[in-house]
Design a protein around this ligand. Structure first.
Ligand code: ADP
Ligand code: MG
Length: 248
């Protein structure tokens, strides 16, 4: 496993953040402390409204925090959004190449890179298709391929499987594991499915709401590749399910 525990991707120490609404501060995140090793696969679970997406925004500095410290050691983050966030008026290829276009990379070169990334997510045959002609799983893969064009050392995903059927989600999960291994990147993912989080992650942060906080961190020390039908696996599912039941 390409994992270097001697370095960290990012560290949050006692971080607080507020939403500002009508001139008033509404607590968004409270006392968040976490340390993510470079190359780790971390999942965040918790009820809707717990502040999971807000935490992702804070990590990426898309939203300010009010106190505490954040040390970002990653150099190139990339994000895959929950609702695809791809442009309906661009083909799959142009969607994947979009970030490279913004960086001023010439057409030939950006198309070469975009084709290679489409191939990595198994969509090379659909490069001329527009999003309307793609399934939900294929759109999510376009978003993933676009993120990969940035050669990220930190990949952040916000519930990437939530709009997918089980079979599509299984295939995407396998691809994500393959990509994680081959790139050696850090993955930080919001995931609402407990078995998926356990199958994928080195550790799982469990968040509670009002305001968003980390209730518990569960280490998943099962050997990889993981057998989602094994006794040890079921024990972890039980453990995580019980923790979530207690807090909700
Ligand atoms: P999650 O991703 O865990 O479902 P979010 O991070 O999206 O949760 O939101 C956490 C809470 O903050 C929710 O109750 C949501 O309604 C609220 N919230 C999100 N964005 C804003 C905002 N800009 N202003 C005020 N409240 C917000
Ligand atoms: Mg969310």
């Amino acid at each position: 496993m390409p994992q270097d525990n001697s370095s960290v991707s990012f560290v949050l120490s006692r971080v607080n953040a507020d939403f500002i609404s009508g001139g008033k501060a509404i607590p968004a995140l409270r006392d968040i402390s976490l340390s993510v090793p470079s190359g780790a696969f971390i999942s965040v679970v918790g009820p809707s409204g717990a502040g999971k997406s807000t935490l992702l925004r804070i990590i990426l500095d898309l939203m300010p925090h009010t106190s505490g410290t954040i040390v970002r050691s990653f150099t190139q983050p990339a994000m895959v959004f929950q609702n695809y966030a791809i442009f309906p008026w661009l083909t799959a290829l142009d969607n994947v190449a979009f970030g490279l276009h913004m960086q001023g990379i010439p057409r030939k070169e950006r198309e070469r890179i975009a084709r290679a990334k489409l191939q990595e997510v198994g969509l090379e045959h659909l490069e001329r298709h527009y999003p309307a002609a793609l399934s939900g799983g294929q759109r999510q893969r376009v978003g993933l391929a676009r993120a990969l064009t940035m050669s990220p050392d930190l990949l952040i995903l916000d519930e990437p499987f939530s709009n997918l059927d089980t079979i599509t989600a299984e295939a995407l999960k396998a691809d994500l594991l393959k990509i994680w291994r081959s790139y050696g990147m850090t993955i930080f993912m919001v995931n609402h499915l407990i078995p998926d989080a356990i199958e994928l992650s080195d550790s799982i942060l469990i968040m509670g709401a009002h305001p968003g906080h980390i209730t518990k961190t569960l280490q998943i020390d099962l050997p990889r590749p993981r057998n989602p039908h094994g006794d040890q696996f079921f024990k972890k599912v039980d453990e995580l399910t019980n923790i979530i039941r207690e807090i909700s």
